[in-house]
Design a protein. Structure first.
Length: 567
């Protein structure tokens, strides 16, 4: 009767979640996102999953079970070394209010958590099957995941029991590390398989690995984890049946041990649930740009009593950047300093890695920088009505909102380019030797600010052009449709950037010809051929700001949101 009630509650909750998700599809932003996500995951399902040349060789498919068993062994072992030792299980506020005062035993609460986790486990097993693990026929993956979740619940309660016995985190970490070290050393010392592989022979590598895992002592060490691995990658139907039987028996044993542990997890569960809810609130605030880390961080400059009113918006966004992203700024600066210092301590070993790191950072910053420093119109989306009340033209507000993140991204971009220039001497040879030149660095520095401004303009266009799509209510859940929305945003961003760079590329070609013809050999030739293309990008940014400013002046956020909510 008890387990039947748990199944009914779980099934009804899962059904309500699906129904709520389907109802959200009436709104275009969710419908488009869900459609795009369905197309993407459908392409993953129907694409060729041949496994490559390596897995096509004889024995390679069976070797996957051995590799998975090693991974499962270390997951099961190092789960005991995690710092969490309260033994609390996550329950919602409603579950705490209804289940804890109810006449239920602790084993009933544990059973409820197992049943409650089944929808997520089934979806995870289904996704794993779609992505290629079809030999387990779904049921093997589902059983393996379910039993592993029971084991990890047992470990959580076991860590709490060890804490009562005054065996803390450090003691557990030392013990687990010692056990893992002993297992690895024993496997190496007792290995009787000669490691002889002909150069380029994958067949020899497969044969050596299979012979290593076939040894008796390796089989004994991996006996329990291998049951989970064979449930996921069974070599035959008979092996799948035996693996499922072993996993189910292990699940019964794990649950019985967990129920026998004398650990009072109710209070710890309440505390853990509160921490999880607080963490989710912080994640929502961080995605919305409202999460403040350093509340007392001040502004780097004082706002004067007179001057252009746009400076007040820049000043406000600078303070928001310092309070919300100061940790990121310090971490990025420390990373730059650490990588650059390698040149002093390891001048030869870091000769290639350092410039590659800095050039990759310089290439990535215009794309990831707007996501890191989002203190612009995306942050002030809920304050649009207040911004519209200011006696400022829309284009001036848009430009002022973009100024603070543009300055921060451009600063790190320039720092990355300068570090690359200082560390790339004689690193690249042949056709890539041009990258080492000062002229190339100057060209990149000239194009830095306009390119970063173009990316910020694209990101800030979304809240102005599609305010309802950019605003997500507090109770909105993340899921399939939201993943499609992010994929759509990525595709749209890449498309708009490509279209915006086409005119600059068209201007860049004759600029190269003219610079080589009239200024051949001159140090300023590269800068001269870059300036026209950069000027085109700057004009596009200016036109984009004017367009968004006009749209901002005409925007009525309340009407936009009400119209979309009514769809």
């Amino acid at each position: 009767m008890m387990i039947g009630a748990f199944i009914v509650v779980t099934a009804q909750s899962f059904k309500n979640r699906i129904v709520a998700g389907v109802r959200r599809l009436k709104q275009p932003r969710y419908a488009v996102g869900a459609l795009l996500a369905a197309v993407y995951f459908g392409s993953l399902f129907f694409r060729n999953r041949g496994g490559g040349k390596f897995l096509a060789q004889a024995g390679a498919l069976d070797l996957r079970a051995d590799v998975v068993s090693v991974v499962v062994l270390f997951l099961m072992l190092f789960a005991w070394a995690l710092p969490a030792d309260s033994g609390g299980l996550e329950f919602s506020e409603a579950e705490i209010a209804l289940l804890f005062p109810a006449p239920l035993r602790r084993r009933d609460l544990l059973l409820y958590k197992i049943v409650r986790a089944q929808p997520q486990t089934i979806l995870g097993a289904l996704a794993f099957t779609i992505l290629g693990a079809t030999r387990g026929r779904f049921i093997g993956i589902w059983i393996a995941f379910s039993v592993l979740s029971i084991y990890f619940m047992l470990v959580a309660l076991g860590r709490a029991r060890l804490k009562i016995a005054r065996v803390g985190f450090l003691a557990r970490l030392v013990a687990v590390s010692a056990i893992a070290t002993v297992l690895v050393n024993v496997a190496i010392k007792l290995n009787r398989v000669p490691f002889e592989i002909r150069k380029g022979s994958r067949g020899d590598l497969i044969a050596v690995c299979r012979a290593f895992f076939a040894q008796s002592f390796i089989r004994q060490i991996l006996f329990v984890p291998r049951a989970f691995a064979l449930a996921v990658f069974p070599p035959s139907t008979t092996a799948l049946g035996l693996a499922l039987t072993g996993c189910i028996l292990l699940g019964v044993v794990f649950f019985a041990i967990a129920a026998m542990l004398n650990v009072s997890f109710e209070e710890a569960s309440i505390a853990r649930s509160q921490r999880v809810n607080a963490m989710r609130e912080r994640m929502r605030d961080r995605r919305a740009g409202r999460h403040v880390i350093f509340r007392r961080a001040g502004s780097p400059f004082r706002l004067s009593e007179s001057g252009p009113p746009e400076i007040a918006i820049v000043w406000k966004n600078v303070i928001a950047t310092m309070r919300m992203s100061l940790g990121t700024i310090i971490a990025m600066a420390a990373l730059f300093a650490a990588v650059f210092s390698l040149r002093i301590f390891f001048p030869h070993g870091a000769a290639v890695t350092m410039p590659i790191f800095f050039i990759m950072t310089a290439v990535a910053l215009p794309f990831i920088g707007p996501a890191i420093f989002a203190n612009d119109l995306r942050l002030d989306l809920s304050r649009f009505e207040m911004l519209k009340s200011y006696p400022l033209a829309g284009e001036r507000i848009v430009a002022a909102e973009m100024a603070a993140p543009l300055a921060m991204i451009s600063l790190f971009e320039i720092a990355a380019l300068i570090c690359f220039l200082l560390t790339s001497a004689k690193t690249f040879q042949g056709p890539l030797e041009l990258v080492n030149s000062t002229q190339a660095a100057i060209c990149a520095l000239i194009a830095t600010v306009p390119l970063c401004a173009l990316q910020l303009l694209i990101r800030n266009a979304a809240p102005v052009l599609f305010p309802a799509w950019s605003t997500r209510p507090k109770e909105d859940v993340r899921g399939f449709a939201v993943g499609g929305q992010r994929l759509l945003l990525l595709i749209a961003n890449a498309f708009v950037l490509f279209v915006a760079l086409v005119p600059a590329a068209i201007v860049f070609v004759p600029s190269i010809i003219a610079a080589q013809h009239f200024f051949a050999g001159s140090p300023i030739s590269y800068a001269l051929m870059t300036i026209p293309a950069v000027a085109v990008i700057a004009v596009e940014v200016w036109l984009g700001i004017r367009f968004l400013g006009g749209r901002f002046d005409e925007l009525d956020v309340s009407v936009e949101m009400d119209a979309v909510s009514a769809i």
